[in-house]
Ligand binder design. Structure first.
Ligand code: DC
Length: 334
């Protein structure tokens, strides 16, 4: 169950204005949150005391929102309050991130809700995906794991039996690629050719293949286009190698997360071991260093710290410490 907020304003107190504003607000809330009317359990309105010609709850019922319990109340007159304002709180049967919606003059009420992107770049095992997930959950926004997308491309090429990845053999795969990123219960699912490959792409052999295939321009162009589209639609945290430097150079917040390679190898080792994979720590460190080299030296959009990204070395930090450091930096800038 989630609580979703919204507000809007009208130009004058008339039933027509209230009907139009309430309908616009509820439709925007449903659309942004992918909510059907059936999933809304109750819709609670309040309005400023200068609105008296129609209950917003009645306007909602007239607009077809009849499934939820509807309620309206009048706010006290507060000096300096935004006039002619209708506020809403929806309780809905939904999981995952929610988008609050502030329309017309009400957008000024919540400057903090402006759409924003957080770019978290860094090498494998730096802890960026753990931080990204926690950060997105704390802000109730989307987390996009861009590495998963390159991993899916690698898996596709492996399934097609490609031994070597070059522009000529991979381009046709990219042209017909059926890759979708879906969110269920707040978790990212990577769907390749209709199949959920979220687990399969984590196999150790896919890691190196992903690093190799991600160096190809035809792969990056396709993935970056998808990533920019997702980020344009909502606030999100994206982690990867080139988010702050290439995918979203205008991201409001940029961090470059790193750690010593031995620490990163140990983290990956623990992670893989917990999943039941048998791996050798020394080999893993070598592979991680090889991947760093691959990812940093490729010609097109390499792993690079954007000039304006805050550097975070997590070698001797706990996840909580990393998270509060990043959160503090974000709050300083808001
Ligand atoms: O973050 P990861 O280990 O899941 O990423 C797998 C590979 O994909 C990584 O070695 C490099 C590549 N990648 C990339 O080139 N650009 C990104 N934004 C994310 C990942």
């Amino acid at each position: 169950m989630k609580a979703i907020r919204g507000a809007t304003t009208i130009r004058q107190d008339s039933p027509e204005e209230i009907r139009a504003a309430v309908k616009e607000l509820l439709c925007a809330l449903s659309e942004k949150n992918g909510l059907s009317e059936q999933e809304m359990i109750c819709i609670l309105f309040s309005n400023t005391a200068d609105i008296r010609s129609l209950y917003p709850a009645k306007a909602a019922r007239e607009a077809g929102f009849t499934h939820a319990a509807l309620y309206s109340s009048l706010e006290p007159e507060i000096e300096g309050a935004l006039p002619l304002c209708i506020r809403v709180l929806i309780l809905a049967e939904t999981e995952g991130p929610v988008s609050h919606v502030y329309l017309r003059g009400a957008a000024n009420l919540r400057k903090d809700l402006k759409k924003f992107s957080v770019a978290l770049d860094g090498p494998a095992g730096s802890g960026k995906s753990t931080v990204a997930k926690l950060l997105a959950a704390a802000h109730n926004i989307l987390y996009l794991d861009t590495g998963a997308m390159y991993r899916a491309c690698a898996l596709k090429a492996m399934k097609e039996g490609l031994k070597q990845f070059d522009e000529k053999s991979v381009r046709p795969l990219m042209d017909s690629l059926d890759l979708r990123i879906e969110y269920r219960d707040g978790k990212q699912h990577t769907i390749l050719d209709g199949e959920d490959v979220s687990e399969a792409i984590r196999r150790p052999e896919v890691s190196m293949a992903a690093s190799d295939i991600s160096a190809l321009r035809c792969v990056r162009e396709k993935m970056v286009e998808m990533q920019r589209k997702i980020a344009a639609e909502q606030s999100c945290v994206l982690d990867g190698r080139d988010i702050g430097s290439f995918v979203l150079p205008q991201a409001e917040f940029k961090f470059f997360i790193t750690a010593r390679s031995d620490v990163r190898a140990r983290r990956r080792y623990d992670e893989l071991k917990a999943k039941g994979f048998v791996v050798d720590l020394a080999n893993l460190q070598k592979e991680i260093e090889q991947r760093d080299e691959n990812d940093s030296r490729r010609e097109f959009a390499p792993l690079r710290r954007a000039e304006d990204a805050v550097l975070v070395d997590t070698s001797d930090m706990t996840i909580d410490e990393v998270l509060s450091f990043i959160e503090k930096k974000i709050q300083e800038k808001v």
